[in-house]
Design a protein around this ligand. Sequence first.
Ligand SMILES: Cc1cc2nc3c(=O)[nH]c(=O)nc-3n(C[C@H](O)[C@H](O)[C@H](O)COP(=O)(O)O)c2cc1C
Length: 229
Amino acid sequence: MPLNTNKSPSVTEALDTRITCRDFLDTPVPDDVLMRILNMAMRSPSGGNLQPWKLHVMTGDTLAEFKKRAAERTLGGKLEEPTYRAYPSPLWEPQRSWRYKLGEDMYSLIGIPKDNKMGRLVWLAQNAKFFEAPVGIIVTGHKNLEMPQYMDIGILLQSIMLLAREEGLHTASQGWWRNWTSVCHEMLDIPEEEEVMVGMSIGYGNPDAPVNDLYADRAGLDDVAKFYD
Ligand SMILES: Cc1cc2nc3c(=O)[nH]c(=O)nc-3n(C[C@H](O)[C@H](O)[C@H](O)COP(=O)(O)O)c2cc1C
């Protein structure tokens, strides 16, 4: 499905047109637009109103240097210890198949076959460049947070993603950054007691990039909901 680059005036439309954008134009996001999104996202709810997030928002030279260091490290092949693993291991069905299908759908759109391991690694490293977005955010939280606060951080991400659509922008949530925290701690003011939770790219999506045609499948409501009356 072609990328929808219009502004989405309703929540329904914002949700419907939001995708994980994996190729951004280099068009800068005006400061007032970015601040409007982030200020309004502060209205996100959190259990006990803990607001357990800290946002490190990068643009300009800082972002360029950050991306450079992260991409070098990624392609250098030296892995870092993640703050949290991305998925349970082993993953069970049907989640295992859903995850597999997402990968296959994405790589077939961008034309990198399964046996091209290096091609897939190089593509994966686009994560380290925030997919070329002009705004990169690292979200940190206290090391002692409990599971409900992770949910709160997810709600904050969703707020940013929907507000971005209202401005004609796209986003990519990036658990990726939990695997590459050295550059975060080097370049950002992250206190000792905090750790990297997630990242997010924000910018104008490239409507000509095949990867942005990916409109990922979803389970049907019947697969995940039971109704009781
Ligand atoms: C918290 C979170 C972290 C994610 N991390 C990554 C990531 O590091 N890299 C990536 O390419 N996609 C990442 N995604 C995108 C998911 O793969 C995507 O949301 C899912 O496949 C559904 O597709 P859609 O967002 O395009 O609807 C993340 C999504 C969420 C919600």
